[in-house]
Design a protein around this ligand. Sequence first.
Ligand code: MTE
Length: 423
Amino acid sequence: MRAVGSVTPHETAYDRRRLRQWLAGQARAEGVTRRRLLTLLAATAGGTALSAAAPAHAAGPSILKPLPPEWFIPRGTNAETRWEALSGTGHHTPNELFFVRNHTATPVLDAAAWRLRLWGDGLRGAPGEDRPVEFGYDDLRALPAVTRTAFVECAGNGRSYYTTQQGETVNGTPWTLGAVGVARWRGVRLADVLRRAGLSSHAVDVQPRGLDAEYVSGGENLGRVRRPLPLGKALEDVLLAYEMNGEPLPYDHGYPVRVLVPSWVGISSVKWVGDIEVSAHPLFSPWNTTFYRLFGSAYPKEGTAPLTRQTVKSAFELASGATFPAGRRQVLRGRSWSGAGGVARVEVSTDGGTTWRPARLHDRPRAGTWTRWSLPWTPAAPGPAQLLARATDTAGRTQPDTAVPNTEGYLFGAVVRHPVTVL
Ligand code: MTE
């Protein structure tokens, strides 16, 4: 139950309370039927009734930026960054190389016409949708700006290794390790916007919602992408970002404004945000009930609490199956990151995990972003080899040899065996 350990007891208790309140009819659950939530509670160990169907494909291109095959692996409505393309790119992932995860398709929005509407019974003097508080793009840009380096990483990043390394069958996009990127985000604190909107002392949850098309899964319209955030996190370090690496947000990454929730699973960072419900009652959506919890034999029937922080991971800046000449000195490079703190130590094995050497770190360990590292290697004999990297974060979490499986293949955190060939 290691993955559950990343959710603090406080968060777990909070979630249980929300579920109880929902069942007592005290919480809103737009888009989640009572039947669905009861199914969730009665989920079988296999969790099959809850698996996410493949996303509906939009008629046009789902992603607008160019996706050259040397940079991206196409994955349905999504695009995975190739790790070898990150070689030499510096700490921040260039916008052109940043992975894209779209439930439907990138909308092209006009910043001049865009409005952010805050509404709900968690605001003072704005009891319903009829009296919202609105901010335009220029209003946000006039507020104090903050800049922060942070990764966005899909909860399913690394999912395919549950199958290829552990023989497990899991649902969802078979990402390797490229559903992650680090950018310098600039925007305003969600806390500042909430306070200006008149945050009430009764507020408990906020729910940002995207302006992209409604998401249809398994024939059911789940509405627009939205996921509640506990107020504590919303006030702590969440941004409404309008710049990515010094440029206005690209269309595919949320233009004109996206939510950026540092260290948490990527689904929290809602793109193309159009409104935020501020609620005095716990909120539910399909994205914190049916999706983005852990289900499976190692977990409670109703699944874990909604996922929050990411696991620890490491990746080499190499193609799978990269080749190296025997007897020549190489420098292996890679990056490691964690949702629970900075990465303080990385060990690398070039002999399939028999011996390990400490890698040299090229970044100061910092929460919410990765640490780059390198290690010299002179491959001896020709033949297949496996490279492994194992990181430890400042919270003391080390990547294990295997990850506890869950039906949706979220939060893979085990050491990945990277195949190469020595020629
Ligand atoms: N926000 C909206 N409105 N629609 C989406 O499909 N996908 C989420 C999140 N925010 C999504 C969204 C998921 S699952 C992830 S991992 C991140 O956006 C991906 O962000 P990126 O495409 O900028 O890399």
